[in-house]
Design a protein around this ligand. Structure first.
Ligand code: GDP
Ligand code: CA
Length: 301
């Protein structure tokens, strides 16, 4: 059973980690969001792809929720001391990956090729694809003005309410992305932030259309537990832009694109417009991720 999953960073990565336990990793393709990518200190950083790679490689810091376990921060401390840009947290171990990626991109290697090479080197057996090799940037329109994703999310601590999300750059799909959607036996949408993790993937040329004409079932997982995001601003964004924080509001973000929504047992299932599947969706550990993946695959069978 070939499975393709659309994923943001942490929520998506945790889900993907369970998925590769439920099906052979060689049958899993993870399409990762690149709308949060940024250049910082001259380095090309792809936060969501890195969360996916680190988590699938078992190198992620579970407690912090992002970056690598056993991380140290000496380089960033030096940067700060020297008056360099230090608002975006880059750990010493993490920096090594950014150095390799930045150099590869500089000499003309596409992001998808570098990502495949990094995955192989880290022992990741699943296919990890950036949604696009082109530059695509997420912008947020807020009452305080418009901001690029990381300025809003990290520098301003996502405190501004969001009125609209925009994707700048008419990005083409990376090689393999449309094929992975067309050839899949099941298409899954991870419990990621719909607006800033999944929508930017759907905005890549041809991706939304590939989902609209899908032959395989498409099942999304709600990022809500008890009407709240487990982490981050998804609930506030849903409240303001979709009008509420129930699974029905999540489903409205994916209208015409999904056949079922996996909903936490603490949330209501009415008004979804698609088939509800109730499961325990909180991924507290690998076992919980694995069980959720199993339930989602069953819903897609
Ligand atoms: P980011 O790019 O790192 O922000 O990661 P994602 O967009 O992939 O994930 C963020 C979303 O994941 C948030 O909206 C969380 O509510 C959701 N999330 C995180 N952990 C869990 C979990 O254990 N269960 C569910 N259902 N959602 C989760
Ligand atoms: Ca992200």
């Amino acid at each position: 059973m070939k499975v393709t999953v659309l994923s943001g960073g942490v929520g998506g990565a945790r889900f993907a980690r369970g998925l590769v336990e439920a099906v052979p990793p060689g049958d899993v393709t993870v399409v990762g969001n690149v709308g949060d990518d940024l250049e910082v200190l001259g380095l090309a950083v792809s936060p969501d792809l890195d969360s996916i790679l680190y988590t699938l490689a078992g190198l992620n810091d579970d407690e912090r929720g992002w970056g690598r376990a056993g991380e140290t921060w000496h380089a960033l401390e030096t940067v700060a001391k020297l008056g360099g840009e230090s608002w975006f947290r880059l750990g010493d171990r993490d920096l090594g990956l950014h150095l390799v990626r930045t150099e590869a991109l500089r000499v003309g290697e596409p992001l998808s090729a570098v990502t495949a090479r990094l995955a192989r080197a880290l022992g990741v057996e699943a296919t990890v694809l950036p949604a696009s090799d082109d530059e695509q940037r997420t912008w947020l329109d807020t009452p305080a003005g418009s901001f690029p994703f990381q300025e809003w999310f990290v520098a301003r601590g996502h405190r501004d309410e969001v009125d609209a999300v925009r994707f700048v750059g008419d990005a083409r799909p990376a090689p393999g992305v449309l094929e992975a959607l067309e050839d899949a036996d099941a298409i899954l949408i991870a419990p990621s932030n719909p607006y800033v993790s999944i929508w930017p993937i759907l905005a890549v040329q041809g991706v939304r259309e590939a989902l609209e004409r899908r032959r395989a079932p498409c099942v999304a997982v709600s990022p809500l537990v008890g009407g709240r995001a487990v982490k981050g601003p998804a609930d506030r964004m849903l409240a303001r832009m979709a009008g509420g924080t129930t699974p029905a509001h999540v489903a409205s973000c994916y209208e015409g694109l999904i056949d079922a929504l996996v909903v936490d047992e603490s949330d209501p299932t009415n008004g979804l417009g698609v088939r509800p599947v109730v499961a325990r969706t909180l991924m507290t550990d690998l076992d919980a991720s694995r069980r959720l993946a199993g339930a989602v695959l069953e819903a897609a069978a």
